[in-house]
Design a protein. Structure first.
Length: 593
């Protein structure tokens, strides 16, 4: 199956159970024999002039990267470098809307798994397209710099001819209008204004250097040359505000991202109100633990380094959980950065305190199951009966549950906005339940597997992670063990109690191979008809998952029914303190055999 804009609903989420027959769904993209030459990249009319990099003196644009869906590029005109960041990104059409000839040459789907986006054919072509387009607009620099924060460049049509592309600079006022003022946040949070708040600066006091991620911009501030991170969100701003609140509330810890240096405000283009558009934190140039694992850095593979990192992450999780509303629901190698303590010795630093939750493969089943039902309740096409059934289950477990979206404005919510995690937080506050902590222990167990097996991804089941690694069939999958000591294997197993992978030796799913999605087994055998079975395999996988999810919630709601085994698995997991003690004991056994 080709990757398309519907891949989330067709494959990567419970919405796959509502997808139509893949044999019908994907025939629209088949090229007939008669039109092969018309569509062929060898046909002179279909050829792109060049995809070679433009000389430095000939280009007026730079691309730093792309979002995880391949639809959003972090492109900036050269004149905007060292100017205040205004977060104007470039949005391109869905993969399936590219002319087939152009798609075969530009391979836009490669953005999903490449770590070198600027070198990809699609990025090189976009540079040429933006170069040509902006050159046709009189006084483009003045118009661009006058745009509201978070505006867009929309590419509505791509062609082999630069002249035929359709590109528009679109002012977006909603981002600025949804920003909260400093005063509003201070009144909501009731933090000590004298000591809790960092220095407030205007966005005009920062200077853009590079866009690393949808939320991460490298900047300098005022006249200082130190490179820092400006964190801002153009979608779901509520998570940014919740993270700011957490960072200002938590006590310092050597393995926790330090409190913000600055809070950044922006005067709106419409109405003139100043709102918080982000905050500035320390930059860690060594990058993430995930990037280090992918690079094959030998020092991170030494056993002593593995134990150090494992203990540090566990210790900082204990620290976060001691806060009244503290918990960490998105533990994975991406969210751990490295800080050099001394030459050859690095420490782990936990960042990203948004508390929005994590990917399905990392979330414990007691959380993921609720998320599955939330997705069906809000996104299932038609199927009113199924939606009502799911909604009744959700309301039974979380009485005040209601759907939210990317445009939901921020309101003060202790613990963020993830319904299943907030439910666990409520149990901790009211009943002193350990379920919230043990849900995090599940994620810690998967992280420990990555640490001691030297793997950057868990590669089990189906979710967004499978799009990040092309041709990953030969790599290890959780819970396959080759390197972890025996006692670490036992610890990882009890931490991840309830993971479906322990119930079956082989969990069928979908893999990415050669830029296309296939059923896991068929891709390995090279079956000719494998592509047509992808949506069917995803549907079968999610049908089983949704049945488990419904049974789990029903077991919680009806004491007379058979309770799902997940409940017992949760209670069998250790606490964070117990995990730390076991890590120290196992480490000591290696130093004193």
């Amino acid at each position: 199956m080709e990757i398309s804009s519907t891949v989330f609903s067709d494959v990567l989420s419970p919405l796959a159970i509502f997808s139509s027959d893949p044999l019908i769904q994907h025939q629209a993209g088949v090229i007939s024999v008669e039109s092969e030459w018309e569509e062929s990249p060898l046909n002179p009319k279909n050829r792109i002039d060049s995809l070679d990099p433009l000389p430095p003196n000939a280009t007026t644009w730079r691309i730093d990267g792309a979002d995880t869906d391949g639809r959003r590029f972090f492109a900036v005109p050269v004149f905007a470098l060292d100017k205040p960041p205004i977060r104007i990104d470039v949005y391109v059409p869905p993969f399936e809307e590219y002319p087939r000839t152009l798609r075969s040459v530009l391979k836009p789907e490669s953005v999903l798994w490449s770590s070198r986006v600027p070198d990809l054919p699609i990025a090189r072509y976009l540079i040429r397209a933006l170069n040509y387009w902006s050159g046709t607009i009189p006084d483009f620099e003045r118009e661009y710099m006058a745009m509201p924060f978070g505006s867009r460049i929309l590419v509505t049509k791509l062609s082999t001819s630069l002249k035929e592309n359709e590109i528009h600079l679109f002012p977006e006022y909603e981002v600025e209008q949804s920003m909260m003022s400093i005063e509003a946040l201070q009144n909501m949070w009731n933090l000590d204004k004298g000591t809790a708040w960092p220095t407030v600066i205007e966005v005009s006091e920062s200077r853009f250097k590079k866009q690393l991620h949808e939320a991460i911009t490298l900047v300098t501030v005022r006249d200082d040359d130190e490179v820092l991170v400006f964190k801002s969100l153009l979608r779901d701003q509520r998570y940014m505000y919740n993270e700011l609140k957490m960072l200002l509330s938590l006590k310092p810890h050597p393995n926790l991202i330090p409190r913000p240096r600055y809070v950044v405000v922006k005067k709106g283009k419409f109405g003139g109100r100043r709102g918080v558009c982000g905050f500035v934190i320390e930059y860690f140039p060594l990058g993430s633990f995930k990037a280090r694992l992918l690079s094959g850095e030998k020092s991170m593979l030494r056993l002593e380094e593995k134990f150090r990192l494992a203990k540090q992450v566990t210790e900082v999780l204990i620290h976060v959980n001691r806060h009244e509303n503290g918990f960490y629901p998105d533990l994975k190698p991406d969210n751990i950065v490295l800080r050099e303590r001394k030459e050859g010795v690095v420490d782990a630093v936990l960042l990203d305190l948004e508390q929005r939750g994590g990917w399905f493969l990392w979330s414990p089943p007691e959380v993921a199951y609720v998320e599955y039902l939330e997705i069906i309740a809000t996104g299932a096409p038609g199927c009113a009966v199924e939606r009502k059934k799911v909604l009744d289950l959700l309301k039974g477990y979380i009485p005040d549950w209601k759907p939210t979206g990317q445009k939901t404005r921020y309101f003060n919510s202790d613990g963020g906005f993830s319904a299943p995690w907030l439910a666990l937080l409520g149990e901790r506050k009211k009943q002193k339940s350990q379920a919230l902590e043990k849900a995090q222990v599940f994620m810690l167990g998967k992280l420990l597997w990555c640490v001691f097996e030297g793997e950057a991804r868990v590669r089990c089941g189906i979710d967004h992670e499978l799009l990040q690694e092309n041709d990953a069939g030969k790599t290890k999958k959780f819970p396959e063990f080759r390197e972890a000591p025996d006692e670490m294997r036992k610890l990882i197993e009890i931490c991840t109690a309830g993971a479906a992978q322990w119930e079956s030796e082989k969990i069928e799913g979908v893999v990415l191979k050669g830029g296309r999605l296939y059923p896991a087994g068929a891709a390995e055998t090279g079956a000719a008809a494998a592509e047509e079975g992808t949506a069917r395999a995803a549907k079968e996988f999610w049908l089983e998952e949704v049945v488990k999810a419904e049974a789990f919630i029903e077991g919680l709601l009806h004491s007379g029914s058979k309770r799902n085994s997940v409940v017992a698995f949760v209670s069998s997991r250790p606490t964070l303190v117990e995990v730390l003690a076991e890590l120290r004991r196992i480490e000591k056994s290696f130093s004193n055999p």
